[in-house]
Write a protein that binds this ligand. Sequence first.
Ligand SMILES: Nc1ncnc2c1ncn2[C@@H]1O[C@H](COP(=O)(O)OP(=O)(O)OP(=O)(O)O)[C@@H](O)[C@H]1O
Length: 440
Amino acid sequence: MKHNVLVIDDEDRFRELLSRIIGLEGFNVIQAKNLKEGLKELENNFVHVVVTDVKLPDGSGMHLLEKVKQKYPLIEVIVITAYGTIQDGVNAMKQGAFDYITKGDDDDKIHVMVERAAEKAQMQYKLRHLEQRVDDKYGFKSIVGESEAIQEAVRMAKKVATSDMSVLLQGETGTGKELFAQAIHQASPRKGGPFVALNCSAFPKDMLESEMFGFKEGAFTGAKESKKGLIEEADGGTLFLDEIGDMDIGLQAKLLRFLKNKKFTKLGETEERTVDIRVIAATNKDLKKEANEDTFRDDLYYRLAGFEIDIPPLRDRKSDIPLLANFFLKRLNERVRRIDDEAMNLLLSYSWQGNIRELKNIIERSAILAEGDAIIPELLPPEFHGDSSFKSGNPNSLKEMERIHIQRVLEQAEGNKTKAAEMLEIGTSTLYRKIDEYNL
Ligand SMILES: Nc1ncnc2c1ncn2[C@@H]1O[C@H](COP(=O)(O)OP(=O)(O)OP(=O)(O)O)[C@@H](O)[C@H]1O
């Protein structure tokens, strides 16, 4: 890619000469005679480097430098000073110029300098592009929803993001608590550091403890080599503790001790280590109630809930359903492009126990099954049609698992119910009852 260099000087011969020298190195050179023209060219072109005289007929190059740094901070500026006025160049560098050249400098010096400035600007453009992509994926922009309920939660989250306070995200399963935690991290001064997530309900007590704090080789049977805990992995960044309400009460005491002084000890070690992390916790339980009932430590609750944000369930913000459904459909980038009105009405009147995760799954599933270019009512699972006594729809519920399992076994048995009942190790009458119940 050819980099664009804007050369600003009112002395025609010098400007032409300098442009030729720079152009010979493969740069695309744009010329301007004065400050006004220069600013206009900056507006119309994607410039990497500006090379400007300090003295221009309608203002100073220093003024231009200031403007560029304000409006186009990724562009690098090189100033041209007259022979014997080094101080001008030094001043310009203090104001953020990349470097300066003096009229009369040899071509090689100019080449090397412009090349280096262009490389720096190019790196800055690349970095900004990457940051924008990360932001689109993990920042507040990734949270889809226009309802007042979700917008209020986003407003609160944006406010707390720039501070270093602990945050407690409260909401049903699948409402987007992890998405919020990531967005808060991304909008915080810690965004350059790691975001580490730990699901406290995914491990038995002892394992959770070693996952969090890490251990020294030989700390317990099976600890063949030392391991860093996630607390240490998150140093300089954010630790997201999901399902904190499921944490064992003994471990809660350890976590509280850590939160008080940011010091911890690895299992099997005596030496204390210090880390700098921010904690964001999430729960689908009413933690305040649990704290009052002594199933959760109230001192830990108050420390975590420095700032509490309620993430609303999908059924309380139905106006977001079409937006979210179309968002997930578009992301699949498939031949299925729309959701027909009747199917949308079914989505709107459903209870969404599994919230947005469930909506995402249903859309993805229906898009796979679709033969035309639209999601039609027939593609939605039976619980959407009201002709089944089964209405859970929650993909994590035991009944839903049972329904899916029976359906699968029936397919394997090619519809032979006696065979399917044998495979399931239940009686045929029970199987018939379940087929009826789940409308299979
Ligand atoms: N507002 C939203 N916009 C777009 N996608 C969303 C939104 N909320 C949630 N999602 C998506 O839904 C899925 C579930 O979200 P997430 O894992 O953040 O929920 P959760 O509340 O942390 O769930 P759990 O309590 O089960 O851990 C993810 O794929 C997430 O990207």
